[in-house]
Design a protein around this ligand. Structure first.
Ligand code: LMR
Length: 327
């Protein structure tokens, strides 16, 4: 009797086919709002990945530091608590000094130049520069050029920031940049910036129009100078061990989804930054300070000593290749 029952249940199992495996959950965590280039790129990745791999993957996107903020996201990636993150290129110095390149002030003329460098051989090679640390670069996503803001009326020349406190990302290059201006830089997680500006813990910050708008920094700053003095761009990264162990078809589908998401985010970046600059101007809270060529040259000159300081860490060859991408 027992044998018959066992046989029957074996037959039943065989008839119902292999048990459907649970989808692979891919957590994608980032620190910005959804209405930004990175926010939109992450949502596109989810849409395309789930379309290409129906039932096989589930992508969960966590914006606005909801899952992990700046302080924890790298460790979380290495521990396997999150599978994809896209930190700004300023936040990698614990893992490689090479990416400090992107923080050198006035290195790139615009995002098109950044794009040319990233698509070239040196830029592509940097995606693999953290393999030995277990980090794999999947691509670069653009945000935009940085603008400088403060809670003072006057922000035209480098002298205007002397003695002021500025929030910076986790970057020694950016620290040196503000020191070169005679200002006081303070490293701080992105999620804490609004409050620090509002309460006067810091006087100013540097960021793209889309971040300044979506984080409402313009509501707690008096002046935003259109300096375009640096870039905020991202490397989308994953845990190399996790990635390499994925079934080949899943890895392939995720790679395709990443390529589409990259194209989408990079196409939107300029448009969203222009839109948000207009929105800030229309809100009429912070003044947008246009700068003359002469003013920009003064900022460039004041910040330039930073290049020499980091040339050894970054490599003169990389700096030269980046300069060549300016047209
Ligand atoms: C910042 O920390 O200011 C930005 O890098 C945040 C981001 O991811 O754009």
């Amino acid at each position: 009797m027992k044998l018959i029952a066992a046989l029957a249940s074996a037959l039943l199992l065989a008839a119902s086919g292999p048990a459907l495996a649970d989808p692979i959950v891919v957590k994608f965590s980032h620190v910005v709002a959804e209405a930004t280039p990175k926010g939109q790129g992450a949502l596109k990745f989810k849409e395309v990945a789930e379309k290409l791999l129906p039932g096989k993957v589930q992508v969960q996107v966590f914006p606005s530091s909801q899952l992990f903020g700046d302080a924890k996201e790298m460790e979380a990636l290495l521990l396997g608590d999150v599978q994809i993150i896209a930190p700004s290129l300023s936040k990698f110095s614990r893992y490689t000094k090479k990416l400090q390149l992107f923080d050198l002030p006035f290195l790139f003329d615009d995002i098109a130049a950044v794009d040319r460098f990233q698509s070239g051989p040196q830029g592509k090679a940097l995606l693999d520069s953290m393999q030995s640390k277990g980090i794999k670069g999947l691509g670069y996503w653009h945000n935009g050029m940085k603008q400088l803001s403060s809670d003072k009326d006057k922000l035209v020349r480098p002298e205007d920031v002397k003695g002021l406190k500025f929030r910076i990302q986790q970057s020694d290059v950016l620290e040196a940049q503000f020191r070169a201006l005679g200002a006081n830089p303070q490293k701080m997680a992105f999620s804490e910036v609004y409050q620090a500006l509002q309460t006067g813990v810091v006087d100013g910050q540097e960021n793209t129009w889309s971040n300044i708008y979506s984080q409402k920094f313009f509501e707690v700053q008096k002046t935003i100078a259109e300096t375009n003095h640096g870039v905020i761009d991202y490397m989308v990264i994953t845990n190399a061990g996790w990635w390499n162990k994925l079934p080949a078809d899943v890895r392939d589908g995720l790679s395709k989804a990443m390529a589409e998401a990259t194209a989408h985010a990079n196409k939107l970046a300029q448009e969203l930054n222009e839109r948000d600059m207009k929105r800030i101007a229309e809100a009429g809270k912070a003044k947008i300070q246009k700068l003359s060529k002469d003013d920009v040259a003064a900022w460039r000159k004041a910040m330039h000593p930073v290049w020499k300081k980091f040339e050894g860490d970054i490599g003169a060859d990389l700096i030269q290749a980046a300069q060549k991408s300016n047209k």
